[in-house]
Design a binder for this molecule. Sequence first.
Ligand SMILES: Cc1cc2nc3c(=O)[nH]c(=O)nc-3n(C[C@H](O)[C@H](O)[C@H](O)COP(=O)(O)OP(=O)(O)OC[C@H]3O[C@@H](n4cnc5c(N)ncnc54)[C@H](O)[C@@H]3O)c2cc1C
Length: 463
Amino acid sequence: MTDQVIDKLRAVLGEALVLEPSRLDAVREDKSGFRSAAAPLAVVEARSAEDVAAVLRIATETRTPVVPRGAGTGLAGGAIGDAGSIVLSLRGMDRILEVDVADEVAVVEPGILNGDLNAALREQGLWWAPDPASKAISTVGGNIATNAGGILCAKYGVTREAVLALTVVLADGRTIEVGHRTVKGVTGYDLAALLIGSEGTLGVIVRATLKLRRLPTGDVATLGAYFPSVRAAAAASSAITAAGLRPAALELLDAASLAAIEAYLAGEAGTVPAATRGGAYLLVQTDGDGAGVEAAEALGILLEHGGDAELTTDPEEGERLLRIRRSAHPAFERLGRVLIEDVAVPRSRLVDMFDAVERIAARHGIAIPTIAHAGDGNLHPNLVLPPGGEQDGTVPDVVWLAAGELFEAALALGGTLTGEHGVGLLKRRWLERELGPDQYELQRRIKAAFDPLGILNPGKVFP
Ligand SMILES: Cc1cc2nc3c(=O)[nH]c(=O)nc-3n(C[C@H](O)[C@H](O)[C@H](O)COP(=O)(O)OP(=O)(O)OC[C@H]3O[C@@H](n4cnc5c(N)ncnc54)[C@H](O)[C@@H]3O)c2cc1C
C-alpha cells in the first residue's frame, strides 16, 4: 500500500514529492519538544491549491492520514508527522495575491511568514495585527489554524478577529469558500470562525482574506515596573484592566523568569534587568492618540500597588524595556528542555493562578518560570524538564502530573487549557475534561462531518 501511495503522489506531484530521509526526519517534530515515533511516508511541498487538492484526493482514495504543516513552530505537536502519514507543507505557497488599501483587505497564500507579510504591508501604511512572538518564523496559515495570539492581542484582538474569509480544501479534495470579503456577513453558519483554530483537523487552508488595520499613529509610551512579589504585580495588572485602560501590551514576568532573563542578557550593555529590584516585572505599552494620558494613569496604578516604575516615550528606551520580555523564550531554552504551557484565566483571577503555579512547582520540585500576557489573562508556565528523554522527546510523569494540576487550577478559576497554542497532541487527554461529555461528543461529530474517514491530522486535538 505504501508503494502504491507514493506512486500515485509521484505521478501527480512530480518534484513536489519529497522522500529524502533527512526531510522526513525533520517533520517528526515541531517546537513543542515532542518527536513522533517514526518518520512519515512522504512530505509534499505544495505549490498550489491544485497540489493540495490532489494530495487529499489520493489520501481519501488510499485512506492515508495527512498532516498539514506551515513552518513547524507550533508548541502543541499539531504539525508532527508520524508513521504512515503524508506531511503536506504549505510553506512554499507564500504569495501575496492582493492588497486593497481602500477596503483594508489582503488576500494571501497560507505559507507566507507573518513578518514578511507585515514588512510588505508596512510600505502601504497597513498592518495585519496578529503578532505571535514567533511572527518572524511562523506562517499566516499556521497562525490561522491555531488562532494565534500575541503580546498586542488584548487591544488588537486574536487571529480570529483579523480574518474575513478562507479558501479551504476538504478531506475529499473538494474546495470551499467560507466567510465574507465584506466587513459584515451573516449568511449561514460561520464556518470561517470554526476553521480558524481547528489545527488542521477539518480542512487545509489554501488562501486567506485578511482584515487589515492602518498602522497606529500617535505616540507610544512604555512603562517597566518591578514589584516585590508576583502577587503585587498581578494585582497591579488586574487593576489596570479593571480601570478600563487598554494598553497595547501588558506583560508580566515572575521572579524565576527574571532570573533566567538576567542570566541570558548578562553582559549586554543597558539591557540587563536588575532582578534585584524586585520579584516580578510588569511591562505596559500604550499607543495611539491617547497613549500619553493612558500611560500616566497606568503609572499611577503601578505606583499605588508598590511598583518601582519607569515611563518613557523614547523609542530606544522603550525597546530596552521590551527586550526584557522578548528575551524570555531564548532565556528559558538555556534552562534545558521546557514544556511551555498556555492556560488562560479571567484577568481578575491572575493573582490566584500565579499562586497555584507557585504551589504546584513547590509540590513537585519542578522549576516553573511563568510569564503572562496579563492583559488577556493568558499565562505561560514553563515547566523545566529534568534531564533525560532528549532523544525520544518523552516527558516524565511528574511533569505531566504538574501540568494536569495546572489545567485543573485554571479550569477551577473559570479559565481554559489553552489560550493560544492549541490542543494538538499535548492537551488532547484533557479536552473532554474542559468541554464536558455533551459538547465533546458534538465536536467529534463536527469533525466527522468534515472528515468522515478521519484522515485529516488524526490523533491531534481528539485522542
Ligand atoms: C519562540 C516561539 C514563540 C511563540 N510565540 C507564540 C505566541 O506568542 N503566540 C502564539 O499563539 N503562538 C506562539 N508560538 C507558537 C507557534 O509559533 C504558533 O502556533 C504559530 O501560529 C504556528 O505557525 P506555523 O506556521 O509554525 O504552524 P505549524 O506549527 O506548522 O502548524 C500548527 C498547526 O496548524 C496546522 N496548520 C498549519 N498550516 C495549516 C494550513 N494551511 N491549513 C490547515 N492547517 C494548518 C498544523 O496542522 C498544526 O496543527 C510560538 C512558538 C515559538 C517557537
